[in-house]
Design a protein around this ligand. Structure first.
Ligand code: LLP
Length: 481
């Protein structure tokens, strides 16, 4: 079969458009004998019938396994070089109390970056000492709350925060451990908005400013300097950026050791995952081994002890665990004029969600793949674009993939690898209710975050009372009940 000329270069027509590449799907996803997609023994049709669509479907054992694997690999590799590791799960990728419990049960720490994320982690019963608090503009209230809660570490992102955190800690008679986030100047190979350590962006302080900042941190009795931090970006496939960043941080770390102890070094997260069959992510054991090798060899060269190394993966823990299940509503064959001559057909398949449940395609031109979920089909694979139901043309879920050509309204589609930054970045655009999150494990599916209802959508609207007047009886002029 020849490729549709509208398909991107990397996307080849499959011989079988039903195949679920293991790199893109969660560990317990597969096709039943009937051809239907199932996960951990629960079929896509059963999930749609019980919980409706769109729906985020999380393979719980997959999350637990990836969390455990990350911890084991980093423990093993840093143990091998005479040190230890801490793996923080970056909660921003996908956080609910259940997920917080799964990852902490696997031995992970959690990184939170707002009062809201902190509240979820605390509501999950996570020991605050296992939390790291991030953010380039933490409010005074957030700093106060984090200190009072007893979070293990706060990551300082700017010079102005040193005094703010020192004051809060002193006020609460605490000694707060802090890291200092650096902008190492390393250019990660990823989308511009996902690269966080090139010079012209908002995070961290420069390497040049670091010695003075650390001296200031050390001058406060209410602060304990835990070490340097760097996060070079997200969805990174190559390790050279991490290696370069580790080298730059360790050179500074060695210099700063002259002024006092520095127990740890945090190298951030950002490990890429496969969204399509052509993506090849570095396996976690490989990442851990490379991190340990570079840190150990640099420390040997510098003549310093290997610090405890912390990492902060989010996407690689939860991304592959989840698919989004949609129902097809309408289908349109659109004739598109080709750049040189002729035309080709792009089949637009509209689903019942869209950019409100997955903004990544619109925001980063991220690639995803799609499969027919309620059945397998031997129909000739056809190039499709999966679009949502929002009122704008950029509302695209999957830019390009091949589906069996007999896809019809009422079919279920599954888009894999939506666990990270899918639900987490969901919105109510066009007043769509955000979908539920269902966890599936050992043949049982349960809601871990319920879907929104129309009542939820109206619940904060002060004029949405039953008779058109303010429903929120008791609202005062200040808006406080
Ligand atoms: N640590 C810090 C300080 C971070 O800012 C982030 C992500 C992580 C760790 C985790 O990175 P991960 O391992 O998940 O790549 N919304 C974007 C990603 C933004 C990442 C923000 N920070 C996306 O959908 O691709």
């Amino acid at each position: 079969m020849s490729a549709n000329p509208l398909a991107p270069e990397w996307l080849k027509p499959p011989t079988d458009a039903n195949v679920l590449p293991a790199t893109v799907w969660s560990q317990n996803a597969g096709r039943a004998e009937s051809g239907m997609l199932e996960v951990a023994g629960v079929s896509a049709s059963a999930l749609a019938a019980e919980f409706g669509t769109p729906l985020y479907v999380v393979d719980e054992a997959d999350v637990r396994a990836r969390a455990a694997e990350a911890r084991e690999c980093f423990d093993r590799e840093f143990g091998r070089v005479g040190s230890a590791a801490k793996v923080y799960y970056a909660g921003k990728a996908f956080l609910s109390t259940q997920i917080a419990r799964w990852v902490t049960e696997a031995g992970l720490y959690i990184d939170v970056c707002s009062a809201g994320e902190l509240a979820v982690a605390l509501a999950a019963g996570v020991d605050p000492i296992r939390l790291g608090f991030h953010g380039n503009n933490k409010s005074l209230a957030e700093i106060d709350r984090a200190v009072r809660a007893g979070v293990g570490v706060i990551v300082i992102d700017s010079l102005i925060e040193i005094e703010r955190i020192a004051d809060a800690a002193a006020r609460h008679s605490r000694v707060q451990s802090v890291r200092l986030r650096l902008n190492s100047g390393v250019h990660a190979h990823t989308h511009e908005y996902l690269a966080t350590a090139r010079e012209d962006q908002k995070f961290g302080i420069t390497l040049a400013d670091a010695p003075a900042a650390v001296a200031r941190i050390r001058s406060h009795d209410s602060l304990r300097f835990l070490g340097l931090h760097s996060h070079i970006g997200s969805q990174i496939f190559e390790s050279d950026g991490f290696v370069e960043s580790a080298k730059r941080l360790l050179a500074l770390h060695a210099e700063l050791l002259r002024g006092g102890p520095i127990p740890e070094l945090n190298l951030g997260g950002g490990f890429g995952i496969a969204y399509t069959s052509v993506d090849t992510a570095l396996p976690t054991p490989e990442i851990a081994a490379r991190f340990a090798n570079i840190v150990a060899s640099e420390c040997a060269r510098l003549g310093i002890p290997v610090p405890v190394v912390a990492v902060e993966p989010g996407r690689s823990i939860v991304g592959p665990s989840t698919f989004t299940l949609y129902e097809v509503g309408t289908i349109k064959d659109v004739e598109v004029t080709l750049p040189h001559s002729g035309t080709a057909i792009r089949k637009y398949v509209s689903v019942d969600g869209g950019m409100s449940d997955n903004i990544r395609t619109a925001l980063y031109a991220a690639d995803y793949s799609v499969r027919l979920a309620n059945r397998a089909s031997t129909a000739q694979p056809t190039l499709v674009r999966v679009v949502g139901k929002h009122c704008e043309s950029g509302d695209i879920v999957v830019l390009a993939d091949y589906l069996p050509g007999d896809v019809v309204p009422g079919d279920l589609l599954a888009v894999p690898a939506t666990g990270a930054y899918g639900w987490a970045m969901a919105s109510n655009y066009n007043y769509l209710a955000r979908p539920a999150v269902v966890a599936v494990c050992d043949g049982v599916a349960r809601v871990i975050v319920r879907g929104e209802t129309e009542a939820d959508l109206l619940s904060r609207d002060a004029g949405a009372g039953p008779d058109g007047v303010n429903a929120a009886a008791g609202v005062t002029e200040e808006g406080a009940p």
